[in-house]
Design a protein around this ligand. Structure first.
Ligand code: HOZ
Length: 426
């Protein structure tokens, strides 16, 4: 496969954009490849500037559960643009989408829209501190909550591929109020609460982490966190930027039956446009300005184009059997993948329509396990798939996503490519 024009676009980009990309993982650096520049995307595929086609399992990091370019979502966005694309003044579509979010996500009684997942989490943390009048935040190693300073502690996703454990430019003092613990380790949470419980404002976590690859919460872990937070008067925040509207219309919380105090959502909720949100119990949300003392704002917050695309997307997801069908398709595919990779030191972890393939002999339950997996083998395998037109998310510290538009023929093609890539291993 030739990628001459992508290489040229990359050379031009690096002159004016750091690393040639506007978000680090896209550079494909950690898998030893260079970025692919996209020309067009439709359904389960994209075409690069050289005219190569790729079957896409990244889907803008999970956004396109309906596949790229859904006609109804596109039409809703175009209609919105024709009335004006931003006002800094309220529109009715914001309330319409808010109503649908409140109806769908069990913990959300009121919701505020922002422009990115990072912003949603940053705001939820401030709100939790304002509401509880406490300072400490507990998070988990390998969970990623965007790139705000205080959460860049043992973070997953792109941070996992940095040489140091977190980002330069974050003064130690800024993270002194953040405690990061191993995921799935309830005892360490109990110990920390025993020591600092009265100063802890919140626990934040991805209830199903997708930024250290897909790692599943063990039985009792989320229940334990809910119990401890209630016992000590701290808030429980679920970061459902990825799992929200992905693991079901009510997200991971509905699927797993644990109701947090605050929830952050992103990706799917903007229908492919920059939008995210945070929401939760009414009395907590009412602490936000202009009604309460916790300040939070944004020029493009509740942007009408994003709201319209998000609203149309959620309406399409709300049809019966949507998630069941998507999950069935994913499970069949993953079962086939497991057959092909059997005995080859590969573990595939899946929930709903997301999965990660790890080069590991044993099940992975936390960040350490993922770091111990064979990252070099992953890179070689990844490049072999890329050569065959399969675009997986470019790191074992990420998740792959299925859409309703992935066809059986394309999935068969991917299985063949995986077989071929493995047969070429030396
Ligand atoms: N935070 C995303 C991965 N979990 C990467 C976003 C992007 O590069 O677009």
């Amino acid at each position: 496969m030739q990628r001459i024009l992508s290489e040229k676009a990359y050379r031009e980009a690096v002159n004016v954009i750091p690393g040639g990309v506007n978000s680090p993982v896209r550079a494909l650096k950690s898998v030893g490849a260079s970025p692919i520049f996209i020309q067009h995307a439709e359904r389960d595929m994209f075409t690069d500037v050289d005219g190569n086609n790729f079957i896409d399992f990244c889907l803008s990091w999970g956004v396109f559960i309906l596949g790229h370019g859904n006609e109804k979502v596109k039409a809703a966005a175009i209609k919105a643009i024709s009335h004006g694309s931003s006002f800094g003044i309220p529109t009715e579509v914001e309330t319409e989408l808010a109503e649908l979010v409140v109806k769908s996500v069990p913990s959300i009684e009121k919701v505020r829209f922002v422009s990115s997942g990072t912003e949603a989490v940053m705001s939820a943390i401030r709100l939790a501190r304002g509401y509880t009048n406490r300072k400490i935040i507990v998070k988990f190693d390998g969970c990623y909550h965007g790139h705000s300073d205080s959460l860049l502690v043992a973070a997953g996703s792109g941070v996992a591929q940095l040489k140091q454990s977190s980002s330069a430019g974050v003064p130690e003092e800024f993270t002194q109020l953040t405690i990061s613990l191993p995921f799935n380790d309830l005892d360490s949470v109990k110990k920390i609460f025993f020591e600092y419980g009265k100063s802890i404002a919140a626990i934040i976590l991805e209830p199903v982490p997708a930024n250290m690859g897909v790692v599943l919460p063990q039985a009792g872990f989320l229940e334990g966190l809910r119990e401890i937070t209630l016992q000590y008067g701290a808030l429980l925040i679920f970061d459902e930027v990825i799992s929200g509207f992905r693991l079901g219309i009510g997200g991971a919380q509905e699927r797993l039956g644990i109701i947090p105090d605050l929830t952050t959502i992103g990706k799917i909720v903007g229908g492919g446009f920059p939008a995210a949100a945070f929401g939760g119990k009414r009395d907590i949300m009412d602490q936000l300005a202009p009604d309460g003392p916790v300040y939070q704002a944004g020029t493009l917050s509740g942007n009408p184009v994003a709201m319209s695309a998000g609203l149309q997307t959620l309406k399409l997801l709300s049809t019966s059997d949507f998630y069941q069908d998507l999950e069935r398709k994913t499970s069949i595919f993953v079962a086939r993948l497991r057959e092909i990779t059997k005995g080859k030191g590969i573990i595939i972890q899946q929930i709903g329509s997301m999965f990660t393939l790890f080069f590991s002999e044993k099940e992975l339950t936390n960040y350490e396990d993922v770091k111990q997996s064979d990252l070099n083998r992953f890179s070689v395998f990844y490049r072999k798939l890329l050569e065959q037109g399969v675009y997986f998310s470019p790191s074992p510290f990420e998740a792959n996503f299925m859409s309703v538009t992935h066809t059986e023929a394309h999935l068969e093609q991917v299985l063949k490519s995986v077989e071929k890539a493995l047969s070429q291993e030396s």
